[in-house]
Design a binder for this molecule. Structure first.
Ligand SMILES: Nc1ncnc2c1ncn2[C@@H]1O[C@H](COP(=O)(O)OP(=O)(O)O)[C@@H](O)[C@H]1O
Ligand SMILES: [Mg+2]
Length: 430
């Protein structure tokens, strides 16, 4: 019997690689839909795993949908997955077109466009910060004068990711520059640039994400993740840890809000990553939802801490097979991201960990001699490593100690003309 083929929309990230390996190991033919430029960057291992690929242009979603659907039909594709946030809406439409398990295409925009998300959350009664869509200078002034916004507030692009172009603004003086940053932040496949930005009330508290898997409309929460985030105007994630256990009532409230957000975004079959902030009073607000597995190695943290084959589970959901979601381990895992304290040219790195017992995953992605940035977006990470073990405190201490050992040297450059890479949901895009 020929097994259905598995199609990945963009296979470049480590998470996509893990999915491709898991599908191939189960005997599926694995295909990728990608851009010509991205395919050129795929490594030999990934290219060797692929039974085929279709080069397409994701900036033209209607054409991409038609081309990929035709390719999928020709190649017996029975499952479509993506871990690329920018492609989740296309994935929902493609699944519907092919009649394979996926999300509601009529709602999929709500997990991608933050204005649509705010509307969907408001309509579904999800607790979320008050959000105003502001067009131009007049719109910005009106939004800042809205008593439901106030200061600090957050100005962000409509469809960014990875914290790119998001600024916490503490007073009117910083608002215009923050709005410019949001307006000029291009997504991975273009978009934006139409003068609109979102102005959002600031939610004070501790930031978590909830990693969930939904099958036939029933959601299982795999873990709550605590995020380490920089303070100040640019909130960049510097680490994630899981599983986190919150007081029972708080956890119940978080899950209730997350489930409402999942329904509002039409997530019926697939992973989701919902970011929440829990205030000092224990109340939770939903910051955003992604209709995909979390980036930033969170899939690997789940695998190592909980002994859960997250890749197999994602494939099962995509193939309409019952997914196994029970943890088989009671460990803990954390990832640390190495960032540069200043902008300049990276001249050397030493002390970056290697894999070994308790350090199952390391990845360095910054080129020596290349330009680096002060962390302004998740795409500015230089490298990452995962630490895992049975004891929460020991794992955190070891991760901090390993991070302290990393020494990077950055030379100032007179005029840092390096372009910020497009916002990527893949923490370590190649
Ligand atoms: N309303 C808010 N209140 C407080 N912090 C926020 C708010 N919105 C965003 N942030 C901070 O900015 C970060 C990036 O914003 P987010 O909306 O998640 O954009 P992205 O899609 O780029 O990840 C969040 O992880 C959080 O630290
Ligand atoms: Mg986010």
């Amino acid at each position: 019997m020929t097994l259905p083929g598995v199609l990945l929309l963009d296979a470049a990230s480590p998470e996509s690689g893990a999915l491709a390996r898991a599908a191939a190991a189960r005997g599926h033919q694995v295909h990728a839909a990608t851009t010509t430029a991205a395919y050129a960057g795929y490594g030999p291992e990934l290219k060797g795993l692929l039974a085929g690929h279709i080069a397409t242009d994701f900036t033209q979603p209607d054409r991409a949908l038609a081309e990929i659907a035709a390719y999928a039909r020709r190649h017996g594709v029975g499952a479509v997955l993506t871990v690329n946030e920018y492609l989740t809406e296309l994935a929902a439409h493609l699944c519907a077109e092919l009649g394979v398990p996926g999300n509601d295409p009529g709602r999929a925009r709500a997990a991608r466009d933050k204005a649509a998300m705010a509307e969907a959350f408001a309509a579904a009664g999800v607790s979320a910060p008050h959000t105003v869509l502001a067009q131009g200078e007049t719109g910005l002034r009106a939004a800042l004068a809205d008593p439901r916004i106030g200061f600090p507030c957050v100005i962000k692009p409509l469809s960014g990711a990875g914290s790119a172009g998001v600024t916490v603004v503490t007073g009117p003086a910083g608002a215009a520059a923050a709005a410019d940053a949001a307006r000029t932040t291009a997504g991975m496949y273009g978009g934006g640039g139409d003068g609109r930005v979102l102005v959002q009330a600031y939610a004070a508290g501790t930031e978590y994400s909830v990693e969930s898997l939904t099958q036939d409309g029933t959601t299982t929460h795999l873990a709550i993740t605590r995020k380490q985030v920089t303070r100040g105007p640019k909130r960049v994630e510097t680490g994630h840890s899981l599983p986190i256990h919150l007081p029972q009532a708080v956890e119940a409230d978080v899950y209730q809000e997350v489930e409402a957000a999942i329904r509002a975004a039409g997530i019926r079959n697939g992973a989701s990553h919902t970011e929440v902030i829990v205030g000092a009073d224990g109340r939770c607000v939903v910051i955003e939802i992604g209709a995909r597995l979390a980036a930033g190695q969170i899939g690997f943290l789940i695998q190592h801490a909980l002994g859960l084959d997250v890749w197999a589970a994602l494939l099962d959901v995509a193939l309409a097979r019952p997914a196994t979601l029970a943890p088989t381990a009671r460990g803990y895992a954390t990832v640390r991201f190495v960032t540069s304290p200043r902008a300049g040219r990276l001249t050397s790195v030493c002390g970056f960990p290697t894999t070994g017992p308790g350090v199952p995953f390391v990845r360095w992605r910054a080129a020596i001699g290349g330009l680096v940035h002060k962390p302004g977006a998740n795409g500015h990470r230089l490298g990452s490593f995962v630490v895992t073990g049975p004891d929460t405190d020991e794992v955190e201490e070891r991760a901090d100690a390993l991070l302290r050992r990393v020494r990077i040297h950055v030379e100032p450059v007179p005029e840092n003309t390096g372009q910020v890479r497009p916002a990527s949901t893949s923490a370590i895009a190649p």
